[in-house]
Design a protein around this ligand. Structure first.
Ligand code: GLN
Length: 487
């Protein structure tokens, strides 16, 4: 533990393995940090301190016997509160699930548990992962540790902040349109959205099933690779998970980029982008060039401007179907003493869901209704095909694409809550990646006015190794990812 901030996974693992440090010490330090800082940033919904100390003791016993199963053994982790954890409340930051205690573990949780981790808590998020600022949490908003009057991004804001302040050594998030990468960018941590199908979604509370993907938020790229090693892979319980072998993602990490071809799609430098963001990203890309990459500064993905519109048809459509199950009968909140069945459903949904969730259900229901289906949903799916094809074509020419993670630095809390369209624009650079199903990583790439700027690197389907390699080389040559908020 370096004063307030924890070691990375790979640093901590060395010390645990050599018995220089115990998992109990590491866990106590994380819990102390949570007690000190979380009241200021509010990243965590449920702190599982008893469980954490128990798991830490078990991990120490494994190390003592020389039987630690993984580099994640004994390492404190935070899990986003839309991933089911048996016996631990999983709220989705919604009133609807405020008291929901899952009777089973998500595949993600099972896979982590197989590593003997230390689960320190569940993190705050936009309700049902709908949002870009964590202000849509029905419980409380989370604050950006670089300036607590600003948002941490979303929807995995709690997970990003947890890593940025050292409440845990790493965290797990989910990303439907940017929810790992955008908060990673806003908080200056490393966040990866894997290829659709790479990580099982079983036990992830569904938002938009064809876009949702679970991934890691970490302090550096090596840690990201280590976590991906543990969580990736085929799962018979998720029919969209893909039965490809999982490589050791740390083996591709090399400090140079000789011969790699990178495209910089011009459509991602959108109108309204902050000048400081554009400057920082262009500088970061020049750094990649210095490291040996061949840059095409004039790459193009012409359908990019339609991605936002297509996303806000497809995601709400799927959400409206997925959220139909919350009727007060099967899960969670139930309106007390209704007059009849219809009132039970209506009032449950009226009181159980927040305004953004209701907005999405209405948009989705409308787009899927007979008479409008062809004009909206089918049209959006056609646009999706075009976007996906353009990515496929681009990856015939380039090994990866490089863009800003978001068009702005973190904005003020409250600044965009009354303007959903402005809020939706936060994800213009990230959501095309979910539409295409390809992987993307956000890494720290600079600051403007003391606030973080993220760079996004996009790979082809199952091209995680290439984007991790590029991100790793960049981090070997820069130290943005080592800066910590003073909180
Ligand atoms: N901000 C986007 C939305 O509100 C993406 C959210 C996400 O990735 N879960 O839908």
């Amino acid at each position: 533990m370096t004063d307030n901030y924890p070691l990375t996974i790979h640093e901590a693992h060395k010390k645990l393995a050599s018995r220089e440090l115990s998992s109990v010490e590491l866990t106590r330090a994380a819990l102390k940090r949570i007690a000190e800082v979380d009241p200021k940033v509010r990243a965590i919904v449920t702190i599982t301190d008893d469980l954490a100390l128990e798991q830490a003791q078990q991990a120490d016993e494994l190390f003592a016997r020389g039987e630690a199963p993984s580099p994640l053994t004994g390492i404190p982790v935070l899990i986003k509160d839309n991933i089911c954890t048996r016996g631990i409340r999983t709220t989705c930051s919604s009133k609807m699930l405020e008291n929901f205690v899952p009777p089973y573990d998500a595949t993600l949780t099972e896979k982590l548990k197989a590593c003997s981790p230390v689960i320190v808590g569940k993190t705050n998020m936009d309700e049902f992962a709908m949002g870009s600022s964590t202000e849509n949490s029905a419980l409380f908003p989370t604050h950006n540790p670089w300036d607590v009057s600003r948002v941490p991004g979303g929807s995995s804001g709690g997970s990003a902040v947890g890593v940025a302040v050292g409440a845990a050594i790493y965290a797990i998030g989910s990303d439907t349109g940017g929810s790992i990468r955008q908060p990673a960018g806003f908080c200056s941590v490393t966040g990866l959205k894997p290829t659709y199908g790479r990580v099982s979604r079983y036990g992830l509370v569904a938002f938009a099933s064809s876009l949702d993907q679970i991934g890691p938020l970490t302090q550096d790229v090596t840690d990201c690779a280590l976590v991906l090693n543990a969580i990736a892979g085929y799962d018979p319980r998720d029919s969209t998970s893909v039965p490809y072998p999982v490589p050791d993602y740390t083996r591709c990490l090399k400090p140079d980029l000789k011969g790699l071809r990178l495209g910089v799609p011009r459509e991602y430098f959108v109108e309204g982008m902050q000048a400081e963001v554009e400057t920082a990203i262009r500088q970061a890309i020049s750094k990649l060039e210095e490291l040996g990459a061949i840059i095409d500064w004039e790459a193009s993905l012409p359908s990019t401007p339609y991605a936002l519109a297509a996303y806000y048809i497809i995601a709400p459509s799927e959400a409206s179907a997925n959220l139909a199950r919350y009727d007060g009968v099967k899960y969670g909140y139930s309106y007390a003493e209704p007059e009849n069945m219809w009132e039970a459903m209506e009032k449950t949904r009226q009181h159980g869901f927040g305004p953004e969730v209701k907005r999405r259900i209405m948009l989705g229901t409308y787009a899927l209704s007979a008479g409008y289906y062809d004009a909206w949903y089918v049209k959006a799916q056609k646009v999706r095909t075009l976007i996906r094809r353009e990515f496929d074509q681009a990856f015939e020419k380039y090994d990866a694409l490089v863009t800003p993670t978001s068009p702005t630095i973190p904005f003020k809390i409250g600044e965009k809550v009354d303007d959903p369209l402005q809020m939706y624009l936060s994800d213009v650079c990230t959501l095309p990646i979910n539409i295409a199903g390809v992987p993307g990583i956000s890494i720290p790439a600079g600051f403007a006015d003391g606030l973080p700027i993220g760079m996004q690197i996009i790979g082809k389907h199952f091209g995680e190794e290439t984007i991790l390699r590029i991100a790793y080389a960049y981090q070997q040559a820069t130290d943005w990812h080592k800066r910590r908020p003073d909180i």
